[in-house]
Design a protein around this ligand. Structure first.
Ligand code: PMP
Length: 345
């Protein structure tokens, strides 16, 4: 049986969290006189500290996602959320995590920053988690397993069964990074939060919601996990402009959905065009807003595209990704331009 308190970092267990002036009362244009936070009192729209718990935004997200607000923590991008998870649950110079390359690079960087060993278990050649090898790599100091589904840079979603097996067998936290879930045909793991006390799901407004510039990431987990993360998050980690802009956007679900539909149509166009090129040897099926293609010579093709002022991502240094380029799906105009250029190479 899983007990979250048994994996909390010692210093966090002992921590008395900072309590901010605005924990309880939020300046919301009411008639209260706020003399508690040493702010400049003259109203310019942002002279007050923001709500440290982002209550208005969480209320809308909670309703849309069908989870309670007590199961959510918001951060300055999902990158901050991932860092908080390391800091809450991993003891520096002692614990380890498991990541599954080829995958999102920040899990490894954050392990390095937090002085935590990163155990890499390669995906299988069909880009699935190698569950027996992962479980074999687990020891008493293994606190986290990072699963990116849909996976960056391969684009595929992982099969449900393998992840379930990990959730059931692993006595630490399974972090499922769903940055690209809104482009996927697969069901979100959010619906399994109640079933698995060791599940953390992260999402972001940086991809489908079109808000990479405001930095808003979301962590969903049990109330017990969220309250530990709340203890260590910086008091005002999501600024007021971000909270406002995010709220506007999530309330406009139809606009987001329309853009997702367009991106998926464009992804299909791009896949078809790539498939017809002589120098493209293989196209990997995508469940995200990008496509990974194996080409004859990735360095050469990358340079050729750059000369035409198109910047793509060369993923060739990642394992199982020799000679691959990753193409983000652009606007219809951008994709047309890209395809025309690719045909000329
Ligand atoms: N997870 C994955 C899989 C990503 O690809 C990215 C962005 N490249 C992130 C997380 C980071 O997202 P955010 O902008 O929310 O920090």
């Amino acid at each position: 049986t899983f007990n979250i308190n048994s994996i909390v970092r010692d210093s966090v267990k002992a921590l008395k969290p900072y309590s901010s002036a605005r924990d309880e009362y939020v300046s919301d244009g009411s008639t209260m006189i706020f003399l508690d936070a040493n702010e400049n009192p003259f109203d310019n729209g942002v002279n007050r500290y923001p709500d440290p718990y982002q209550r208005s935004l969480k209320a809308v997200l909670a309703e849309q996602k069908g989870v309670s607000e007590t199961n959510m923590l918001l951060g300055n991008g999902s990158d901050e959320v991932l860092d908080l998870i390391y800091r809450a649950f991993c003891e520096p110079n002692q614990d380890n995590v498991i990541t599954l390359p080829p995958t999102y690079g920040m899990y490894k960087v954050l392990a390095g920053i937090n002085a935590v060993e990163n155990r890499e278990v390669m995906l299988t050649t069909d880009f699935e988690p190698d569950v027996p090898v992962i479980l074999n790599a687990v020891d008493r100091q293994t606190k986290l397993i990072f699963i990116c589904s849909p996976n960056n840079p391969t684009g595929n979603s992982f099969k449900k069964e393998g992840i379930e097996k990990l959730l059931e067998s692993f006595n630490g936290l399974v972090v499922i990074d769903e940055a690209y879930i809104d482009f996927s045909g697969q069901e979100s793991w959010l619906n399994s939060l109640k079933k698995y006390p060791n599940l953390i799901v992260t999402q972001t407004l940086s991809k489908a919601y079109g808000l990479a510039g405001i930095r808003l990431g979301i962590c969903y987990a049990s109330e017990a996990i969220i309250s530990i993360l709340n203890k260590i998050k910086p008091p005002y980690n999501v600024n007021q402009l971000t909270q406002q802009k995010a709220l506007q956007r999530v309330l406009n679900e139809d606009a987001v959905q329309q853009e997702v539909v367009q991106i998926l149509e464009e992804r299909a166009n791009l896949e078809q065009a790539l498939q017809n090129l002589d120098f493209v040897e293989k196209l990997f099926p995508s469940d995200a807003n990008f496509v990974l293609a194996k080409v004859d010579n990735a360095d050469k093709r990358y340079q050729q595209l750059l000369e035409k002022h198109v910047v793509v991502r060369n993923r060739s240094t990642q394992p199982l990704c020799e000679n691959t380029l990753r193409f983000t799906v652009g606007t219809p105009t951008e994709n047309k331009a890209l395809i025309a250029i690719l045909k000329q190479l």
